[in-house]
Design a binder for this molecule. Sequence first.
Ligand SMILES: [Zn+2]
Length: 687
Amino acid sequence: MSPSEIEDLSMPPTPPAEVMELISRSRSLGSEPGITNYGGGNTSCKVEMDDPVTGKRRRLLYVKGSGGDLGTLSVEGLAVLDLDRVLELNRLYVDEDHEGDLMELLEFCRFGPPGPAPSLDTAFHALIPAAHIDHTHPTSVTALATSAEGPELTRRCFGGQVGWVDWRRPGFTLARDLAELLRDRPELRGVVLGGHGLVSWGDSSTECEETTRWIISTAAEFISGLVGTASVGRVEVGGESTRARILELGPRLRGLCSADGHMVAEFRDDPQLMAFMASDRCADLVEAGTSCPDHLLRTRARPLLLPPVGERSEVPTRDELEAAAARYRDRYRSYYESLADPSSPEMRGADPRVVLVPEVGMWSFGPTAREASITADYFQQAVEIMTSADRLGGYEPISDLERFRIEYWDLEVAKLARRPPPPPMQGRVALVVGAASGIGRSVASMLVDAGAEVIVADLDQGRATEVAGELGSDGRRPLPLGVDLSDECSVREMVEAVVMARGGLDVVVNSAGVARADPLEETSTADWDLLSSVFSRGSFLVSREAARVMIDQGMAGHMVHVVSKNAVVAGPGNVAYSSAKASQLHLVRLLATELAPHGIRVNAVNPDAVVRGSGLFENEWGRARAAAHGVSLEDLPSFYAGRTLLGQEVLPEHVARAVRVLVDGTLPRTTGAFLPVDGGMPASFPR
Ligand SMILES: [Zn+2]
């Protein structure tokens, strides 16, 4: 064998053209929420190719991996199986209770280098003979699938071109039902999966996608012909009183829905949702619960539905909310306990993922802002499905027993277990003030890396927006906000904007800075007022507004103020700055004592001489400090470093690391402290 042939062998075989068509079809279908929800559905193709080891012809099944998303599918997201081995595996079928054994043996049907775990729906992708197959959860078809008259409506809608199978969990039993139906009715172009969604196919990728789209649009036209498009009615939303209710309820609900772990919230009041909550069918449909397997895992079967605000035009009281959440959790626990057996996986929390407050709106929850948003999308699709099916003669979702079998199916649990462990600050909402440059930017970056939902706030809103863009990745992007700490309204609006966008607040880091240094006799009252309004009064305002939210949430919290060595070391020519910093440091101690009963830790970091990467030193202040010390601006970092015990320069990331340990749970018993980050300055040792 020649060296070049050996090199070829070490490479995985190039995917055939059909696989690239499968990818582009999947992305096209997955990008439309009406066709399939995020992370839901799966697609496949069957191809023949030469085995690079034996040279023999092999039939392969490329199928979407478990847990991926169709809209962003890539070749790496596909599992590759030897089709004939999967068909052999089908001959080992015993009954529905032994599905798990076959799914384990599926691992022995892989072809080529290891890839993702094959989708739980792989069995029907193998047993249906067509070359290209789509499985989707379209809103229109799922409405038929969950209708009490589903089989009859499907027949009327498609005139025999699309079949029906009753609800079954994914697996070989469902696949065998489908294969048998196709043996009897080879003319079928697709099948409605009762209680679930759609499977459709074609000999080519183009034919498959056309058929999938034809079935979805035909179902949509059929439904609107029978019951009309869902009318949203006349529902008043918005206005100042509604905003006040959202701000009042958001943190309380977030606290109550985070009993199992910190969650980020998203609030929505789309007309469709408001009309659903106002309708007299809302309570019954909520009680019936969602149906599609993916919905269960995202939204749970039922949301927490609170009573309407009604004529008293007051939001539910804290006691009422606590009682409602406790009832929800108790009910979920009894659902689990009544259906679990000793071999069942442990209960995965009992918090509601969706809360409906009629006349106000919907809160959805997730461990990240993106997940909270996906949960909201799922529930809105569920509302459309439930409402349509209800009007079609009755909504009939799968039973609680089937729900339990999906939610606590060991294969679904294994899918969750494959996820990487969550980062330490997942679910934490962290507001960083002064985050557009220097230490604040470095803190924001470090908290993003720690998994927090970060808000980049700064006086310079344009720069805050740029920094938020720079720090974002993988669909996560910090929220940029403008704020002027010397303006009480501006500070309040900033904290309100955080609550509106994320449901609450867990961490505040105040790194806002402004610098002035003059001898006493040249210090103007304007400068004195500016420095104390930013450092002293501004810190008070940020702390007060944040504390109100944190106390309301009942989820403890952290505050860190970036103070300065100057707060404890007296030196000449800096009276306004250092006095304001000393006031800020004492505020930290006062807040630590007052907020401790709420579990809120308040600490300070005291940096010194952070020159490089600092916003402050880039302007007149830097030149003034350099001139005062008789060195050039370029030599200022090494001049400051030379004054320290360690003799090393202090950079923004050194300060950011100190902030991080104070807020990421590393130092849970520390409050009222100040942590010097100054390279070692005996004059600023805590006394
Ligand atoms: Zn499905």
